[in-house]
Design a protein around this ligand. Sequence first.
Ligand SMILES: Nc1nc2c(c(=O)[nH]1)N[C@H]1C(S)=C(S)[C@@H](COP(=O)(O)O)O[C@H]1N2
Ligand SMILES: [Mo]
Length: 421
Amino acid sequence: MDTELASFIREHKDLTRRFFLRLGAVGASSFSALPLFCSDDGQDPALDRKIREIESWLTLQDGFRDVSRGNPRPHSLDEAKRKKVGLTRDTWSLEVLSDPENKASLGRQLTKKDNTAFTFKHLMRLAKTRAVRFPKVMTCLNIGCPLGNGIWEGVPLREVLWLTQPGRNLRRVFYHGYHNDDPEQMFRSSLPVGRVLEDLYDLPPVILCYKLNGQWLEPRRGAPVRVVVPEAYGFKNIKWLSHLYLTNDWRANDTYGEQNNDVDSPLKTFCDPFPLPSSVKTGQPVPVTGYAQVGISGLSKVQVWIHNDAEKLPPEDEYFLKAPWRDATILPPPKSWGGGLADNRIPSPTYGFDPKTGQPRTWPIRLSRAHWAVLLPGLPAGKYTLRCRTIDSNGAAQPLPRPFRKSGRAKIGEMPLTVEA
Ligand SMILES: Nc1nc2c(c(=O)[nH]1)N[C@H]1C(S)=C(S)[C@@H](COP(=O)(O)O)O[C@H]1N2
Ligand SMILES: [Mo]
């Protein structure tokens, strides 16, 4: 297991202690369909306990893991300095310019110099009629594990683009945030203009985001305004947004591209187990829980496989396609959403949720996360490896269909388990 993952899982454990979540008991029937992997009548109390310890579905703003560059990091500036550099709601403004290197044809630019920059007041005026909300898991392409899951609120970015009266030469949108006015510290990202203007495959729009889980975005999360791209990895979600450059360049200029990443990769579906006890007694059933990232291709199943390390792994089966995988149970929507939502209510309307009942229309929700559980049978003494994988809605078993690290993590989850005599 890589150390990044190890530290992630340790942090998850702390989170679960801090933010307890009560899940409804998962019906015994869903387990009895799995003769090899269930206790035969009713839910195992140890599994029940483990399910109750699972992290909340939504993450508190300060519970997100932070991926912020800058020296100092923009969110660490004191309030007076943040006011001075335009990082508060009353001082923020966004410049929307034609890229000097590859000019886009615009009727007008929105600049500080001409006093035409786009302000937070302008944003709130648009929000009255245009605001949208959607759930999204924020995942760093380089780290691989989710940093947090939230309901993000904002105004579609295209609304601002239209204010520039774009003409025929416009192919991409480049954008960056406040970076201590030091070009070396600039963290850049980009999108094809088509993605900004149109929402493909039932995706929510790319937004200028100002709220998370119903609260104003906090400095650490990119306040006052960040870009949020529903299907993208973290690096497209620029915090402390300050500049948009509309360009006729057809190439990406993302900082992450320089780090050997696929900059057009949508979120992959994958799962990981939560930590197991370091050892269990022989014959003692083992409750296992975990999370799944529901990527662009959805999630139809989570499966587990326990393998005795003393036995050889199947030869010429790199992705363990022939291993005896067993289905785990994808847990139903939680009773309590977490994330500090007022009155535990999903704000209405939110993509994927019924505005009347506040309940999800389908479950699990794409581009977000889900949790799962399974009870392993008692095992003979030995050293084992528990593996888990997802099957996406197209039937592709993890790490397929894109087993390449630089388009996002999809590695089959692994956890060691020692069974003592
Ligand atoms: N301005 C700016 N925006 C940024 C970054 C940054 O360093 N500077 N990091 C990006 C990366 S690589 C990730 S993974 C996400 C992480 O979002 P979070 O810190 O809210 O969890 O923010 C993105 N937005
Ligand atoms: Mo990242």
